[in-house]
Design a protein around this ligand. Structure first.
Ligand SMILES: [Mn+2]
Length: 431
C-alpha cells in the first residue's frame, strides 16, 4: 500500500470526472476457489485497490459527488481466529481516508437508498452476476416509484471509461514498484539460467523462479511458462513437466508481482549454455525485431508502429532464411510471417499483467505518452512439422520480452539488465 494521500487523491480525481447526480460502485475481488473448501491466495481487484489501498475481501466502495463510503467486514474475534485480522468498520475512516464506513452486511439493504434520485450508475458490469442483478433490480424498483416524486438511475456507464484512463499513466511511485519487480525478476531469470542442466525437468526451473519471487515478498505475476525444446512453440504452455535436453533451448516467460504491480519478462536460452548455429540465426532475428520495436516506443509512435516494425524485421528474416517466398511487401501483405509469428508485439503493463486502457482512440491507434509502461515481446516459433524450414530449425521457439517505460525522448527498458544478447547469455551461463 502506498501513502493514504495517494488513494484520497485518486478518489478525488474520480469524483471530478463523474457526471452530476451519479454514483460509482467498486467491489473487492471475489475469492477464487481452488477445490472444495480450499481457495487460491486472495488477490485484490486492481481497480478496487487502486482507489482504496484496501486488500480485504467482501468490501464495496461507493462514491458520489459528495462522499466516499466503504462497506467492509467488521471486526469479529472468532472469525478472525480462522481467517486473519480485519481492519474493521471503526478504523476504516481514519486508516483509509474515506468519509464513511459501514458493515458490508448492510450493503444490500442500503443499495436502494444509495441509488435514490441518482441519474447515472458507474459500475464494471459483467464480472459478478449477483452484483449486476442487485444494482439493476434496485434501480428498476426506484423507477416504479416516480409517481411519489422519487426517481432512480436510468443509465449505467462501464467503469473502465474513467478508471482505466487513469491507470494507463503510471505515477512515479508505481514506476518505482515496477522497477523493484524488475529487479526480483532479473534475479529469478538469472537463477533459472544458472540452475539449468540437461536431465532436469521444467518444473525444477519453475521452482527456482518461485523461490526467488517468494524470497522477496512477491509471487509469480502469472503462472510461469518454462518451455523446453518444441514446447516453446505452445504460446501458453504451463504444464512445465518435460525434461530439459542437451542441445535444446528453454523459453522462460515469468516475472514477479509485488504490491499489486507486475513485471513481465521472457528470455530464451540454451540448456547447455551454448546456442547452435540455427538457434543463433533465429535468435538474432527476434532480437533485431525487439530492438527495432523498442526504438519505436516513443511519444512520436503508437503500439501498432512498434508491432509493424517487429513484423517487418521478422518477415525479412524469414525471407532471408527462405522459410517464406516473395518480396517483403508480398510477405507483409499476405501475412505469410504469421505461421511463425502469430501474436501481437506488446501490451500495457501495470497492476494487471495485461493492463487496462484503450489501444485505440476512435479508429486510430493511440499515440504513446510519457508514463505509460508496456511490454515488447516479438517471437519466432517454427512448428515441429514445418515443411519449409530445414529440420534443424524445426521445433525451435524463441521469444524475447522486456518492459518499457515511455518517456519524452528515448524509452527506458526497465528489464534490460537481464541477460539478452547471445554473448551476454553465453558468458553468464559459462562464467
Ligand atoms: Mn507479456
Amino acid at each position: 500500500m502506498q501513502n493514504i494521500e495517494t488513494y484520497i487523491k485518486r478518489r478525488l480525481r474520480l469524483m471530478e470526472s463523474m457526471e452530476p447526480d451519479s454514483v460509482l460502485f467498486l467491489f473487492s475481488a471475489p475469492p477464487a476457489r481452488k477445490s472444495n473448501d480450499v481457495f487460491h491466495p486472495f488477490r485484490q481487484d486492481s481497480d478496487f485497490f487502486y482507489f482504496t489501498g484496501f486488500d480485504e475481501e467482501s468490501a464495496a466502495l461507493v462514491i458520489t459527488g459528495e462522499s466516499t463510503t466503504l462497506f467492509l467486514r467488521d471486526k469479529n474475534p472468532e472469525q478472525e481466529t480462522w481467517g486473519g485480522l480485519r481492519l474493521g468498520v471503526d478504523s476504516a475512516v481514519e486508516r483509509l481516508g474515506v468519509s464513511e464506513a459501514h458493515n458490508i452486511d448492510k450493503f444490500q439493504d442500503k443499495v436502494q437508498a444509495i441509488l435514490k434520485n441518482r441519474k447515472t450508475i458507474y459500475h464494471r458490469f459483467g464480472y459478478d452476476p449477483k452484483r449486476d442483478a442487485l444494482l439493476l433490480e434496485s434501480a428498476a424498483e426506484l423507477l416504479k416509484r416516480t409517481r411519489n416524486g422519487e426517481f432512480g438511475p436510468t443509465r449505467i456507464i462501464h467503469l473502465s471509461a474513467l478508471t482505466h484512463e487513469m491507470r494507463i499513466i503510471k505515477s512515479a511511485e508505481e514506476i518505482e514498484q515496477i522497477r523493484e519487480c524488475a529487479l526480483i525478476t532479473k534475479e529469478a531469470h538469472e537463477s533459472a539460467m544458472s540452475a539449468a542442466r540437461a536431465g532436469m525437468v521444467e518444473y525444477e526451473l519453475e521452482a527456482e523462479l518461485l523461490r526467488v519471487f517468494k524470497r522477496h515478498g512477491g509471487t509469480d505475476a502469472y503462472p510461469s511458462i518454462v518451455a523446453a525444446g518444441e514446447n516453446a512453440c505452445i504460446l501458453h504452455y504451463i504444464r512445465n513437466d518435460s525434461p530439459l535436453r542437451d542441445g535444446d533451448l528453454v523459453l522462460i516467460d515469468a516475472a514477479a508481482e509485488r504490491g499489486l504491480l507486475n513485471a513481465d519478462v521472457t528470455r530464451t536460452f540454451p540448456v547447455n549454455g551454448r546456442f547452435n548455429p540455427e538457434q543463433k540465426a533465429l535468435y538474432e532475428i527476434v532480437l533485431a525485431a525487439q530492438r527495432g520495436a523498442i526504438a519505436r516506443m516513443t511519444t512520436a509512435h503508437t503500439m501498432d508502429d512498434a508491432h509493424d516494425e517487429a513484423v517487418r524485421i521478422i518477415a525479412q528474416g524469414l525471407i532471408d532464411l527462405r522459410f517464406v517466398s516473395g518480396s517483403l511487401d508480398e510477405v507483409l501483405e499476405n501475412k505469410l510471417y504469421r505461421k511463425y509469428f502469430m501474436h501481437r508485439t506488446g501490451h500495457w503493463l501495470g497492476m494487471d499483467v495485461h493492463d487496462v486502457g484503450a489501444y485505440h482512440i476512435g479508429d486510430a491507434p493511440r499515440r504513446l505518452v510519457a508514463g505509460m509502461v508496456a511490454t515488447v515481446e516479438p517471437g519466432l516459433y517454427i512448428p515441429v512439422d514445418d515443411d519449409r524450414a530445414p529440420p534443424p530449425f524445426r521445433g525451435i521457439g524463441i521469444r524475447i520480452e522486456d518492459d518499457v517505460l515511455i518517456r519524452e525522448g528515448s524509452p527506458e527498458v526497465l528489464t534490460e539488465f537481464i541477460p539478452k544478447e547471445i554473448s551476454a547469455i553465453e558468458s553468464f551461463m559459462n562464467r
